[in-house]
Design a protein around this ligand. Structure first.
Ligand SMILES: *Cc1c(COP(=O)(O)O)cnc(C)c1O
Length: 386
């Protein structure tokens, strides 16, 4: 239920998060688990989710940017509690701050190693480095033909005591497409690049490759550490293969709003910008006070579905910046009635996956884009948030 007086609210079920972490550990029993909390914990709140993960025994956190990692340390997550790895660096990034905060850094190329070593010399703090291989994703990571040079430079710096190569890692392109030939090819490329680095003298603490879909589908990719994002938030990363429940997961986020207006309108009335929708006959309209600024995809105009007083209602016309309308078909729920935009689906309510389908995207984008204007409420936690 919505908290008193709020326009809209994200409820974050931390008990579900714990259950998901336990389920994922069960899927990857031989590996450690990294809780990926980038992008504000995929919209769920990076800090509360990180604290809950730590309370349930997780020892690795992952972020994209160094700023996200630094924020976790600044909030009090100490190096003794959690390793934090961040992997998306740009020139001039906060290398020295990361070293002082004992944050593990990923290096994909020479420019990054050069900047990192300058910061190591300036601070006197040796770095913990994860060398990232591009095994086929074609995004971040070092190409095979540049790998010997990067590995060689890193190991020379290690010999000088400037850094430790603590990780060798890579990332999948198509682990969410079962049977995609690139999955096998990337595993072989990773094995080869890892073997090269180990022959050259690297002795990483952790070798890691698997994201959520690979954690669920490809045990041979688990190595020492699996990096789970979406699955930990209880959303299926492979909806064509299985629902959250099929993998023992429960969606953590639900999104609700409160009807801001209920009114009678005549037939033939245009609704919302562009009049994409016209009422069929005399009916009632309900105004839902969230829009694309809150993360409701505009592409879900006329297709997204919500529940109002237990009944399914489809978005009538365009989703606007701050609001959308549903046709209530003559029903007159009270103004202030809860509109369930998505929930965990266990009682047949709409899910983030449904919104993804309705708007031609993936559920990752739906949960991650819920805007900062929507307050988060945390339920069922055992960590520092209680
Ligand atoms: C986002 C990300 C992950 C987590 O991916 P999920 O599919 O959400 O589990 C893992 N590794 C890297 C490098 C990422 O960018």
């Amino acid at each position: 239920m919505l908290a008193e007086g709020v326009r809209a609210e994200v409820a974050v079920d931390l008990a579900a998060l714990r259950g998901n972490l336990a389920a994922l550990r069960g899927k990857a029993p031989s590996a450690d688990l990294m809780a990926v909390v980038k992008a504000d914990g995929y919209g769920h709140g990076a800090l509360p989710c990180a604290l809950e993960a730590l309370a349930s025994g997780v020892r690795w956190l992952g972020t994209a940017t160094p700023e996200e990692a630094l924020a976790l340390r600044a909030a009090g997550i100490a190096p003794e509690q959690a390793r934090i790895l961040c992997w998306l660096w740009t020139p001039g990034g906060p290398w020295a701050q990361a070293l002082r905060a004992r944050i593990d850094v990923s290096v994909s190329g020479q420019w990054a190693l050069t900047e990192l070593l300058e910061a190591v010399r300036a601070t006197g703090i040796p770095a913990r480095v994860h060398l990232k291989a591009d095994t086929g994703l074609g995004r971040n990571g070092c190409q095979p033909h540049d790998w010997p040079e990067l590995v060689g430079a890193a190991l020379r710096a290690e010999a000088e005591g400037l850094l430790q190569v603590v990780g060798i890692w890579s990332h999948f392109a198509c682990a969410d497409e079962p049977g995609h030939p690139s999955v096998r090819a990337q595993q072989e490329a990773f094995a080869a690049m890892l073997a090269y680095a180990e022959r050259a003298g690297a002795a990483p603490e952790v070798r890691h490759l698997a994201n959520s879909p690979a954690t669920l589908l490809y045990p041979e990719s688990h190595y020492d550490l699996v990096r789970t994002g979406l699955a930990m938030y209880g959303v299926s990363p492979v909806p064509e293969v299985g629902s959250p429940a099929d993998f023992g997961l429960r969606p953590v986020m639900s999104l609700s709003a409160r009807l801001a207006l209920v009114k009678q309108v005549p037939g033939g009335h245009g609704v919302s910008y562009g009049h994409q929708y016209h009422t069929q006959g005399e009916t009632t309209l309900g105004l839902v006070p969230v829009g694309y600024a809150d993360g409701i995809p505009r592409h879900a105009s006329s297709t997204g579905q919500v529940q109002v007083a237990g009944k399914w209602r489809t978005v009538a016309g365009r989703v606007a910046m701050d609001q959308f309308v549903v046709d209530l078909g003559g029903d007159t729920p009270e103004v202030g009635e809860q509109v369930l935009i998505f929930g965990n689906g266990e009682r047949g309510e709409p899910t983030a996956e449904d919104w993804a389908r309705a708007s031609g995207t993936i559920a990752y984008e739906i949960v991650t884009r819920i805007g900062s204007r929507v307050p988060r409420r945390y339920l069922g936690g055992t960590g520092a948030l209680g």
